[in-house]
Design a protein around this ligand. Structure first.
Ligand SMILES: C=C(OP(=O)(O)O)C(=O)O
Ligand SMILES: [Mg+2]
Length: 416
């Protein structure tokens, strides 16, 4: 009764890139949930369709009526049933009709409304009373590739993990200290640097991939020594973006170098070993399961080899990855798959097979904080949600509040 849906509102709002996205309100007899959908720039080709052609404007006037007429009267607690109804309303395999961004916003708002109906925070409603692990924040320090300008490195994201942090406050401030330090270090290498930032708040340096790797490591070491905790470098290479299928090579335009898959395996292995990288995401093209498998067998004991574009939060594709031992971590982005219950199914399969779920933002975000709750509820060891910027700190500050609420909070185990 408390959680029976009484009203559904769908509106068009701004995202952090100035593009339109949807925000959904769900009102129950005793609760309220609001969620908004993010959007990607370096999207995997097998992600569900975010919005049909015509974007938000195409669907905004119809979906509210369509969804309201089905959902009003249903119980928000029946999230899986509601997700099936959304799939039926859409009527396609990949949400091409009303958009996976529409359905995911509804699905997350329903879960939040269900939690609120029983006066529970979302992480506790989904994860239970015993959850007490806080994920380490993968902080975005420098941006290249599809998230930056033409003179930036080819590697999309230079990240860090404050692995020695004892709590989330220490962790997020360690990340912001490294971000500040990097501004100084970039200025010594890039005379044209104007303080420009990429989509996720990392600096955009006009330097080679090698120089970016060096100053990333230097910043981790210097700040780590200053504050007395270990900080490890990490990367999202987003290699599908610079894989040339005709030449069968990874094209590093900043460095004037191309690498075939064998060279790429050696190159990435060398980076991981030289800089003690704790995490490398998408080091190969989204179709290259063999490259992933080879790298994972070489470095998987000491480094998270994480798949984003390759798995697109899809349970069936992850199953193939598990069979091949292609990765030991998977990016979890609810809007890649279109609903919370499908997201959960992928997380469950990952955890059952010792593949670490890494709950993640998108490059286009809103101030929606839902993924902070999902990361805690799912027991994710890592959350990837930037370091600075209003839409990024919305999640980080929510983690600080969650930690404060928990009776016995501990940082997650990384086992690397
Ligand atoms: C967050 C990412 O970028 P996007 O949202 O552009 O896919 C990513 O590649 O991990
Ligand atoms: Mg990625």
């Amino acid at each position: 009764m408390d959680s029976v849906i009484e009203d559904v509102r769908v509106r068009k709002i701004l995202d952090s890139r100035g593009n339109a996205t949807v925000e959904v309100d769900i009102l129950t007899w005793n609760g309220f949930g609001r969620a908004a959908a993010p959007s990607g720039a370096s999207t995997g080709s097998r992600e569900v369709v975010a919005f049909p052609d015509g974007g938000v404007d195409k669907i905004i006037s119809e979906v509210e009526d369509l969804i309201s007429s089905e959902l009003i009267g249903m119980d928000a607690e029946d999230i899986a049933d509601i997700d099936l109804v959304l799939k039926e309303i859409d009527g396609t395999d990949n949400y091409a009709s009303i958009g996976g961004n529409t359905t995911v916003a509804v699905s997350m708002a329903v879960a939040k409304a269900a939690a609120a109906s029983y006066n529970l925070p979302l992480y506790k409603y989904l994860g239970g009373n015993f959850v007490n692990e806080i994920p380490y924040p993968l902080g975005n320090m420098m941006n290249g590739g599809a998230h930056a300008g033409v003179n930036a490195p080819d590697i999309q994201e230079f990240l860090i993990v404050p692995v020695g942090a004892n709590n989330i406050t220490e962790a997020v401030f360690a990340n912001s200290a490294v971000h500040k330090k990097l501004k100084e270090l970039i200025q010594t290498k890039d005379s044209l640097f104007t303080g420009g930032k990429g989509d996720e708040g990392g600096w955009i340096p006009n330097v080679s991939n090698d120089i970016a790797l060096e100053i990333q490591a230097q910043a981790c070491e210097e700040v780590g020594d200053e504050i007395g905790i270990k900080i490890s470098p990490a990367l999202d290479m987003a290699a599908s973006e610079f894989w040339d299928a005709n030449q069968e090579k990874y094209i590093y335009s900043q460095d004037n170098v191309s690498r075939d898959t064998g060279d790429q395996i050696e190159f990435v292995k060398d980076i991981i070993e030289t800089y003690n990288m704790i995490y490398v995401e998408d080091p190969f093209d989204e179709a290259d399961f063999d490259g992933f498998k080879e790298l994972n067998s070489l470095v998987g004991d000491k480094c998270f080899v994480c798949g984003d574009d390759i798995f697109v939060t899809n349970k069936e594709i992850l199953a193939k990855g598990i069979e091949m031992n292609a990765a030991n971590a998977i990016i979890i982005k609810p809007n890649q798959i279109g609903s919370l219950s499908e997201t959960y199914a992928t997380v469950k399969l990952a955890k059952e097979n010792d593949v670490a779920p890494v709950v993640s933002h998108r490059s286009g975000e809103t101030t929606d904080e839902t993924i902070a709750h999902l990361a805690v509820a799912f027991g994710a060891p890592l959350i990837k949600t930037g370091a600075l910027g209003g839409e990024r700190i919305a999640k980080l500050n929510e983690l600080i509040r969650i930690e404060e609420e928990l009776s016995n909070p501990i940082m997650a185990k990384l086992n690397k």
